[in-house]
Design a protein. Structure first.
Length: 366
């Protein structure tokens, strides 16, 4: 007799918009080995199509919420899944929306798995009322985080076993190194968001602009709370145009070419919801040294192949840049370690295997 596959209902965000959680969810959605291992059904949580719409109320979202409630109830009733996998939002209006949906799911008594791609719960627990809502939402569920370093965020609301699955990304092989070997290329690759540290990087470059080393900085990213044009003005005002290239957004092969041409990724983020930035994994894959901050799980990711600087400290960042730019041997060692760490821990294949093993463990729990 052939044993039936466990039924898993995936309720999660899929692109668009493109962000860390939706990218990882899309990997699961398209994974041949995950979908072969389980009897899978997918319900996308599609409330927004642009990153700028996240966190904003609209009547369209309210209509979509009613629609998704109906779809969830209908699907669970007819499918009777063994596990409901839910990528729950950690805070804000999206969390209260998700907690309502989770309450309705619990009426059918399936196993529920939360996969947390963000953080911020710990900061919400100063309010007794909010802490109680979190505790009720996290009651009788299993939880996956991206790293042990992020487990602290739910300690006040959850006392069960926590599983950790680091992100992994697919290997991109179309681009090749194509740069001047005598120029050290630094790269910022993210939307132009202040809390991602873009202005800290510009200030740090201003502090080391007279360093007698041949280096350039490529800034790649779309306008956000800083526009591409306003950043170009800042660069001109600070007289950094000979050092810094503001290139706007790059996608697909163009983005990967920028990564392949870079020697150092500089990502001085202090974004409050930073957890496991995929851009760091992309840089590691392309044999690029990393400079970043102790935010989320970054310290764990680059402990052997990068340098950590304090958040919101352009002076400390400038000190690190000055030291590293004058030590080409150290840059090369960090680049080699970065690629080795990626191959060992952060490929998509590693993620898929970890994901399947974790879901099987959860299925075998009492």
């Amino acid at each position: 007799m052939i044993k039936s596959k466990p039924k898993i209902l995936f309720i999660m965000q899929l692109p668009p918009p493109v962000h860390g959680a939706s990218v990882m969810n899309n990997y699961i959605f398209k994974s041949k080995i995950i979908n072969a291992e389980f009897d899978t059904t997918y319900l996308p949580l599609k409330f927004v199509s642009k990153v700028s719409e996240i966190g904003r109320f609209s009547f369209r979202k309210l209509f979509l919420l009613i629609k998704i409630v109906w779809l969830i109830l209908k699907t669970i009733y007819t499918l009777k899944p063994d596990v409901v996998y839910y990528t729950i939002a950690p805070f804000g209006g999206a969390f209260y929306r998700d907690s309502l949906l989770v309450f309705l799911i619990k009426l059918f008594r399936p196993k529920i798995v939360f996969h947390l791609h963000g953080k911020g719960i710990d900061g919400q627990c100063k309010s007794t009322f909010k802490r109680k809502i979190y505790q009720l939402t996290f009651k009788d569920v299993s939880v996956i985080t991206l790293s042990k370093m992020l487990n602290y965020d739910i300690e006040k609301v959850y006392n069960g076993k926590i599983y950790n699955i680091p992100n992994g990304i697919e290997v991109h092989q179309t681009a090749i190194k194509n740069k001047n070997p005598y120029t050290c290329k630094m790269l910022y690759l993210s939307n132009l968001v202040k809390t991602k540290g873009i202005l800290d990087l510009v200030t740090a470059i201003e502090l080391v602009k007279d360093l007698e080393v041949d280096y350039e900085v490529d800034i790649v990213g779309n306008s956000a709370d800083i526009t591409v044009d306003s950043l170009k003005e800042i660069i001109l005002t600070k007289n950094l145009q000979n050092r810094v290239n503001v290139l706007g957004p790059k996608y697909g092969n163009e983005k990967w070419q920028m990564l392949h041409n870079a020697d150092i990724l500089v990502f001085p983020t202090f974004f409050k919801n930073e957890c496991f930035p995929l851009v760091i994994l992309e840089a590691m894959q392309t044999q690029t040294a990393i400079i970043s901050t102790d935010n989320g799980a970054i310290k764990e990711i680059i402990k052997d192949c990068g340098i950590i600087t304090p958040q919101s400290s352009p002076e400390k960042l400038a000190f690190v840049l000055r030291e590293l730019l004058q030590d080409s041997n150290r840059i090369q060692k960090l680049k080699v370690k970065a690629k080795a760490e990626f191959d060992k821990k952060y490929t998509l294949e590693k993620f898929e295997i970890n994901f399947i093993q974790t879901l099987k463990k959860i299925l075998n729990e009492n």
